[in-house]
Design a protein around this ligand. Sequence first.
Ligand code: COA
Ligand code: ZN
Length: 334
Amino acid sequence: MIALGLNILLGSGVNDKNACQRRSSGDTLRTRMVDEVIIKEVAARDGLQAQSVEITLDQRRELIEALARSNVPELEIGSFVSPKAVPQMAGTDELARDLPRGNSKFSALVPNMKGYELARREGIDQIAIVLSATEQMNQNNIRKSLDDTFAMAGDILARARDEGVAIHAYLAVAFECPYEGKVSPQVVLEQASELMRNNPARLVIADTIGAANPRDVKAMMTELVTQFGAERLGCHFHDTRAMGLANVFAALEAGVRQFDSSAGGLGGCPFAPGAKGNVATEDVVMMCESSGFSTGIDMEALLESVACLTRMIGSQQGGRAHYWLTNNWQKFSN
Ligand code: COA
Ligand code: ZN
């Protein structure tokens, strides 16, 4: 806590988006640094891709509209994947043709060059590609070997560079794999270096099954921030073992300012057994804002997105602070 406080006061030294802001009461003797945290909202993709309840395209559109109203800076609308592999994501092309207005930057996930081309055809220019740190996870997720996955990522990154497309390269199962167990940090650091040589707009370290702990996250992200700077790094945490929020905080302390999260804490990968929901956006917003960071997200509208998810799925959705936030959202709204 003290370390983070100092980071806020002195600036983490890794993010030039820091902005000085003088607070009127209680802070008169010091100038506080207000650090911006950029949240990519992934409920419409990670949240829905493993749902057993049938969700219509109209419902997916309604969710995207609700999330856009909450002013999330980045919003993943779905994925361009094989409808045989992930039927829940069929029709993302239709959604991409009818996106709401607002301030959100829309993105989509693709598993291969075909997906990249389909996303580009619909005008998506922020695209997530997924490389898993282990052989077995790549085989199960996208039916490719580790080597072929990295070669394909190189091809997509080269093409995206020519076409002015921002690629967010995800290193999935970066702490533990459901098939191969613990993943060596050294392996992940080498893979990160290899990916960074191809200049992705962002490298996202993903704890796909929610097995990371804050100490390992802080060590990994501190090393990556030292090597590459925080500007092009992000983190994606699942909350399977109740450490999602603590892991976000550990990454914040390491200087990371870009996080994926999912409204209501929904999420899971159909090919990663044991993966539970993502860390909930409303919890991350609450933690960031109360720790002196700014997210730009409208909490009341975000909670309406959670209510939308509850209606769609037919059971109560919401992160750990959902009950409290529904009564106190004013404290965390723009
Ligand atoms: N979008 C839509 N269709 C696609 C596609 C894409 N990105 N990539 C391939 N296809 C289609 C092919 O056209 C082909 O169609 P056909 O049977 O009508 O001829 C079919 O899928 C098989 O193509 P192939 O290249 O042999 O793919 P595959 O069977 O080896 O499956 C993936 C590979 C990557 C397409 C599939 O595993 C997949 O979509 N995985 C998604 C994983 C995912 O979303 N995980 C969660 C997020 S990380
Ligand atoms: Zn995920």
